[in-house]
Design a protein around this ligand. Sequence first.
Ligand code: MN
Length: 194
Amino acid sequence: MFNLAEYPLSFRENELEPFMSAETVKIHHNRHLATYIANLNKLIANTKYANMDLHEIIVNSVNDESATKIFNNAAQVYNHEFFFNCLGRGHNFIPDVITDAFGGAAEFKEKFKSVANDVFGSGWVWLIRRDEKFEIIATKNADTPIAHGIKPLLTLDLWEHAYYLDWQNRRGDFVDAFLENLVDWKFVLENMDI
Ligand code: MN
């Protein structure tokens, strides 16, 4: 059984204002993530997935056509835990390793915004490292890099529930606010193992 208490926020609910309101944080964490967890618990009960950890559920269900709902809910639990860990105030300055890889902070942001802008409907933008090279990719709906053997470094949730209360239709402004003010680069660097 999975439990919301295993996925605490590392920041206060109002700490990300005005870029992400306390209302958005509360609904996103206490309702959306909580619902994915509740659904996952119901779906895996009495199945071969019941005693697996989250990573095992994701990599085993991704190619199981009878387990699409299990995959979607498990991947969303993982994606949200990772996303909330990417957020914070105080370590928002892009590190040299990223500016060096993309040819500058502005170039990194433009690339990230371009990939985000191409996401039609619900999905996620990810900074990943593949074959020692940094890349920015998108996944649709619940899909997640770890289902495909890729370790993520940073993500942004582009589902409407992530921004609509604060930014309405201005998703691009939300992406800008995230890149300028909300990325906890300390967490991203910890994911790099360098
Ligand atoms: Mn979300």
